[in-house]
Design a binder for this molecule. Structure first.
Ligand SMILES: [Fe+2]
Length: 302
């Protein structure tokens, strides 16, 4: 089909659009041209034409600014990560640990309480070994002038090894409330979880259940979590559950924690630098704003 608008040969002056149309003269731009242009150029490079016209005619004040999310870990203290190399499935080198810590500092974290796994079967770490790692980590932070303080505690799997350690008081807690970070297996709860919570409290510690939203065994998530919380067990939400790292169920259950105002702590559960982009996503989620409404206790640990 022959069209009177064959090709754009140059960008027009502000009030004039010029096309090469055979002998067609230049003419004034009119509103009705918009529709004509749209219908006659859509099989050509109409998109780039409109982009170029828009660029040409939109003044700076008419452009819609892109809003950058604020990347600020306002809770200041991260209480769950795996940043001691060689003791669990977390970072594999000091360089990886340093990369994670630098990023944390840039996002406003001022204190990192890192929490290597402790369990009988996979990571039977002793407290004194972990404390040696704490010194090395602190030395590295000093050497690189990072504005961070470092502590090492642990994430205890609720197995019989943990009960031995608890009985001997060979556990690493943190904060004035003597918080103990504990986890369960993914797919089956330990028998008598309520009893274990009570035993931890009786030994003088305050239990924090790590990432309850990640466990898959609940029959009634809300009812069971409500019961634990009423019994004095605090709950720690993983930030990356909200950005979908652990799948739909964890994300859904994480949102239930937020809806009820049950996030006593937020934690990164960072294992490696490769987790950082997923973590960064939380800053642009709607749930990020909801975090500010939670009873987070992180900042009390500064
Ligand atoms: Fe963890």
């Amino acid at each position: 089909m022959n069209t009177e608008f064959d090709e754009v040969v140059s960008l027009p002056e502000k009030d004039e659009v010029r096309f090469r149309t055979g002998a067609q003269p230049a003419f004034k731009a009119r509103p009705e041209m918009d529709e004509a242009l749209r219908s006659t150029t859509n099989s050509m490079s109409s998109k780039s034409i409109w982009q170029r016209l828009k660029d040409r005619f939109l003044t700076k004040s008419e452009e819609v600014p892109q809003e950058e999310p604020v990347r600020d870990c306002f809770w200041k203290v991260d209480i769950h990560s795996h940043l001691l190399p060689g003791v669990d499935d977390g970072v594999s080198s000091w360089e990886e640990s340093l990369a994670c810590l630098k990023q944390f500092a840039e996002w406003g974290i001022t204190k990192v309480i890192t929490t290597p796994h402790v369990s009988r079967d996979y990571f039977p770490n002793k407290y004194y070994q972990l404390l040696e790692g704490q010194e090395q980590l602190q030395a590295m932070v000093r050497e690189h002038n990072l504005p961070l303080t470092i502590e090492v505690a642990a994430e205890y799997l609720l197995d019989d090894f943990f009960l031995d350690l608890l009985n001997k008081r060979e556990v690493l807690s943190f904060g004035p409330e003597k918080y103990l970070l504990v986890e369960t297996a993914w797919s089956s709860a330990p028998l008598h979880l309520s009893d274990l919570i009570f035993r931890i409290q009786s030994a003088g510690y305050t239990p924090i259940l790590a990432h309850p939203e990640r466990y898959k065994y609940y029959k009634d998530f809300e009812a069971e979590l409500s019961r634990h919380r009423d019994a004095g067990c605090l709950l720690q939400l993983n930030a990356m559950s909200l950005s979908g790292k652990y799948g739909d169920q964890a994300r859904r259950q994480g949102k239930i924690l937020l809806k009820n105002g049950w996030a006593d702590f937020i934690g990164s559960d960072l294992h490696r630098p490769g987790d950082l982009p997923r973590f960064e996503k939380i800053f642009s989620l709607p749930e990020f704003k909801e975090l500010a409404q939670q009873p987070l206790r992180n900042a009390r640990l500064v």
